[in-house]
Design a protein around this ligand. Structure first.
Ligand code: PGA
Ligand code: ZN
Length: 431
């Protein structure tokens, strides 16, 4: 089944920023779409998101050049190709682009096309996307990592930490993770409103707090868990995305909220203190993406009981993940399609992570769309974990809801292992 036509349009993401929708049409009239997400706290090693930069058009954020690249060069190169050869199509676009970070044609142009090709191929085979991407092997319904409070670049630095998330480690079913999260999310909102500390909703749907120091959110979080009737550390655990590269100036870490400057050693001590004081099961980007020594030391010290996730550290980049594995910098990799810019490279990054005995966490971006591609990606690859922001707003809920649909579609084949996913890294990591 060959590609007949490729078209692209400007649509708008969850922040109302322009992004791309690509549509691939096959010779028999089958179509597939790709909707491209966009980050705010992006890592310096990510593939290049091509924006027009013309202040008179959408304040510089329009993507008309990326759209022209899809309709022109990319469509020209891919017309007539077999839609089932995802890797070949992605490699062809990478070669056509010719830069190491997809900056000529734009990673958004390439990814939108790549996702649309995958969707069209699944449609042509009359399969669900997760069946197609996973060659029928996907069956594991992911454990959710769900944001309760938003901060950092997603809430104008209301807290220095970007995400306070909950993981329902004690849930026996996927539905139960959603119920527990629902209860804690709303209890946290209530606690914050009672204390006059809730300003609204941050970019990913979590509560946007009004705090004066970085300990307050932990107190609210612990109170919400307890008032919702759960035992912290047993039923549910805390997960943090520090997004530390955003705090680092090359020498020190800056805590804007407390107007404090911490040396890398002092910052290490702070991460250590939090992991000792609170029931933290997972921590993402605890150090800047250049501070390998601290990552290594931290993973050695906490990797036996804390999932240490590299997001900005790895940017879903095969070479960076390989280097991280060789140096044991972490024990988990955050997986974002648009950090690397094609479906087949993303699949490769997940496989590489799993082969090393590490855990992949499939993730959304802070700028999301109404598309649920990542739910299918997580289940197709048996990644075991999914991070999509909060338990509010439809661009987030569509992913949790799609997991429920896929679970129903899988029927008896669906499996859910919940918090047992961590046995794999916690038993093997060096203490
Ligand atoms: P971003 O945030 O999409 O703004 O980069 C998500 C994350 O850091 O995990
Ligand atoms: Zn992150």
């Amino acid at each position: 089944m060959n590609i007949k036509n490729i078209d692209a349009y400007q649509i708008y993401d969850s922040r109302g920023y322009p992004t791309l929708e690509v549509e691939v049409e096959l010779e028999d009239g089958t179509t597939g779409r790709g909707l491209v997400p966009s980050g705010a706290s992006t890592g310096q090693f990510e593939a290049w998101e091509l924006r027009d930069g013309d202040p008179t058009k959408f304040r510089g954020k329009s993507v008309f050049n990326a759209i022209a690249n899809v309709k022109g060069e990319i469509a020209g190169a891919l017309k007539g190709d077999s839609v089932f050869d995802q890797k070949n199509i992605d490699q062809k676009m990478i070669a056509l682009d010719g830069t190491p970070n997809k900056s000529r044609l734009g990673a958004n142009a390439i990814l939108g096309t790549s996702m649309a090709v995958a969707n069209a191929a699944a449609n042509a085979k009359n399969q669900k996307l997760y069946e197609y991407l996973g060659n029928g092997e996907g069956h594991l319904i992911p454990l959710n990592e769900i944001q309760i409070l938003g901060g950092g670049a997603h809430a104008d630095w209301a807290t220095d930490i970007q995400d306070f998330l909950v993981i329902a480690i004690g849930a026996k079913t996927y539905e139960e993770t959603l119920e527990m999260t629902h209860n804690i999310y709303h209890e946290a909102g209530k606690v914050m409103k009672e204390k006059g500390k809730c300003v609204g909703i941050a970019d990913e749907g979590g509560w946007w707090p009004d705090y004066t120091n970085n300990e307050e959110p932990f107190e609210v979080f612990m109170e919400a868990i307890q008032r919702a009737g759960y035992e912290a550390g047993n039923d549910v655990a805390i997960s943090l995305d520090i997004a530390a590269s955003d705090l680092f100036d090359g020498e020190n870490y800056h805590l804007r909220l407390e107007n404090k400057k911490l040396s890398p050693d002092e910052f290490y001590a702070l991460m250590k203190d939090w992991c000792e004081k609170y029931p933290i099961v997972s921590i993402e980007d605890p150090f800047a993406d250049t501070e390998f020594d601290y990552w290594q030391k931290f993973t050695q010290e906490f990797g036996h009981r804390v999932q240490v996730i590299g997001d900005d550290l790895f940017t879903t980049n095969i070479k960076r993940i390989e280097e991280g594995i060789a140096q044991q910098l972490a024990n988990s990799v955050l997986i974002k399609l648009n950090q690397i810019g094609s479906v087949s490279e993303t699949l490769e990054a997940i496989t590489l992570t799993q082969k090393a005995g590490w855990l992949p966490v499939v993730s959304a971006r802070s700028g999301e769309t109404e598309d649920a591609f990542i739910s299918h990606l997580a289940i197709a690859t048996n990644a075991g974990q999914l991070k999509v922001g909060s338990f509010a707003r439809s661009e987030r809920m569509v992913k949790w809801n799609e997991n429920l649909r896929i679970q129903r579609h899988l029927g008896d084949k669906a499996t859910f292992i919940g918090g047992k996913i961590y046995d794999q890294i916690f038993s093997t990591a060096s203490v």
